[in-house]
Write a protein that binds this ligand. Sequence first.
Ligand code: AMP
Ligand code: MG
Length: 402
Amino acid sequence: MISVAEAIQIVRQQTRPLPAERVKLETALNRVLAEDVVADSDLPPFDRSQMDGYAVRAEDTAAAPVRLRIAGESAAGRGWHHELKEGEAVRIMTGAPVPAGADSVQQVELAHELKDGTVVELLESVDAGRSIVKRASEIKAGETVLQGGVVINAAMMAVLAAFGYAEVAVGQRPRVGVLATGTELVAVHEKPGQDQIRDSNNYSIAAYAQLTGAAIESLPLARDETSVLKKQIATAAKQCNVIVTSGGVSMGVYDVTKAALKELDAEIFFERIALRPGKPTVFARLPNGTLVFGLPGNPVSVAVTFNLFARTALLALQGVTEPAPKYETALLARSVKGNVERESYLPAQLTTNDDGELIAFPLKWGGSSDFVAFALTTALVVVPAGTRTVEPNSLVRVLRLP
Ligand code: AMP
Ligand code: MG
């Protein structure tokens, strides 16, 4: 058995980013940035007024109230491109360029115009620099604004637009084949007959995979027969970068996933992890390069193992710089039990208390098959291997679920 951390390390070592592709900015949200974003202009591109008001020389306002001659008007998109002289003011709007010669802007609320708008009276003096955002104070042309390897969020969309990235390089979406195995499985639209259950794993796996940005290939349900499963995996591998199976990796007679992978000459990187739930998780690569995650069948094990291992791989394939799970620290609200040999990942809900501390409430659940209780889970509480009990108010590592 290897540790969870070792298994994540192996996933990272065996996963290289897919080639990047260029997409229209409109479709880049939530994709992984595959290039550094460089400013193609200063921001602001000129000294910019932060206020509606009057651009002036601060020294001309020292003896306020003062009257200044209005020499012109500078609006956003239509500046006043002359030199402002002693005793003059230029009517200016938010976002407009501050004319040469002016060093400050007095806000409109502290001024009123006289004589048909040819003169302005400023009621208070203004300090030099006031209400002006200097050219290039936000960023200089040529500077790197965003580094590749991050997931593009809404705020980054504005940055990409501002610097002219009508197209942007992003990591290719991995094609993920989702393959539930189990002779007992029927499809969601069917009524389970005797000894049957509906497949739910394909739906949670597809959902978690989509949340990473992957494209889903739904594959027909597989029965527990090595020869058939083998063919299904081989066919799927032709069109998938990754195949995620569920079920059939334990020690039972009908647990045939590993046998199928071995007959296909897959290289198996790990097949037993010191993890609860999720011990028999398999990670392998087929001769054509397709990666395979063989997850256990129990729905909660699926959620835990997918988010530890398959998610890491799918993010890495898209070029995410830090694809591994990010743990946080929380205070435990109720005691939980650990396991002698294995690291436990227990369902919990995260909240904050009035002191601003993160609190993990472990949920009561019936074990790795209890996916109904699991539906309310927002995070997993990690209990190290060899820990019998963790007492309330202990600090624990937690992993938020996406
Ligand atoms: P296995 O790992 O194949 O032994 O399956 C463990 C448990 O998970 C069994 O109770 C299965 O019936 C259940 N299970 C397996 N696959 C699925 C699936 N696709 N959807 C829901 N439950 C499943
Ligand atoms: Mg099974």
